[in-house]
Design a protein around this ligand. Structure first.
Ligand SMILES: [Zn+2]
Length: 106
């Protein structure tokens, strides 16, 4: 996962420089603590404690998956769309990788 919630209820991206300075980051879905992981093999991302199960946020996303959703996020944002990464949809209990708001009625 790329998005976590701060103590002050703001969403933060794992790639944001502020992310490594913040403590007590939590999962937007289950409210449990998540940790920032930065390494050579993957882009920065958040991870739950290994023993804690989270039904909504999947872990172990591949590097291609993480990079892919970030690339799409940046692409649609540049095009002027309202786009959210890993928005947790409470009423559906789902967390799509990317949520894009369409101006047109579908
Ligand atoms: Zn969680």
């Amino acid at each position: 996962m790329i998005i976590a919630l701060t103590k002050t209820n703001e969403y933060i991206q794992a790639g944001d420089n502020k992310a490594q300075l913040l403590k007590d980051l939590i999962c937007p879905s289950c409210g449990k603590r998540v940790f920032l992981k930065k390494g050579e093999s993957k882009i920065p991302h958040f991870s739950h404690h290994p023993k804690e199960a989270c039904k909504v946020f999947t872990e172990g996303e591949t590097r291609e998956h993480l990079e892919g959703k970030l690339a799409l996020y940046n692409f649609f944002k540049k095009k002027g769309y309202k786009v959210k990464l890993e928005a947790y949809l409470k009423n559906l209990n789902q967390r799509p990788d990317i949520l894009i708001e369409s101006k047109k009625k579908l």
